[in-house]
Design a binder for this molecule. Sequence first.
Ligand code: 6PG
Length: 247
Amino acid sequence: MSSDLVISIFDDSEQVARAAAERFMARGRDAIDRQGRFSVALAGGSTPRRAYEIIASPPFRDQIDWSRVHLFFGDERPVPPAHPESNYRMVYEKLISKLPIPTENTHRIVGEGDPNQSARAYEEDLRNYFEGETWPRFDLVLLGMGDDGHTASLFPGTEGLKDETAWVTSNWIEKLKMPRITLTAPALNHAAYVLFVVTGQEKSARLQDVLEGPFDPQRLPAQLIRANEGTVEWLLDRDAASKLQAK
Ligand code: 6PG
């Protein structure tokens, strides 16, 4: 199977959130039917929050067997889980706390403590879960994109972009003066389905660069995400898509 690229444009961010929730449910039910479990890596940041709220509310919440869903994270900030900047905290508040999901099905990246050790511990958790696999094989990866072209915590010009063997890395972000723990591009690219969720006019120019500009992943890390044997779908609102030529 080769990689597919799909661009889906909606009127507004609410429709984008609803579409993301629908994709989550459809991919989840399909994965559970086929293999008995659904493995998903969630995005942090602000854009997916509404999608998480929709997934956590009826009727969506009641459409999947949560005991068979495993929630992972694409990246984490170097903070404890109760910190306002914590991706885990955001996902816990919007989603996990509202679901009948067993605690052991939530695979948090430890943001507190030594980031190199946390990266190793998260990779070990993933390797135990995806036992015997050379790379993690998520059924679904949700990603956002920053207005500098980063995705997960793969920021422009950072060392983590070069990683070709690790599943997880502690990536120093000079402009933030802090490390972040992130799945690497090859780990993300072994997912069956990658769903980018991008909204707002302020991201339109960078989005056009990423999707239609020259391949320059050191400057535009989101270009690294290609899903080797799966699909990458971009869910966009009209504002984010406004500068795309092909729409
Ligand atoms: C994070 C994310 C990051 C995010 C983008 C977009 O931890 O911040 O995983 O990659 O998705 O920065 O963030 P917004 O949705 O807040 O614009």
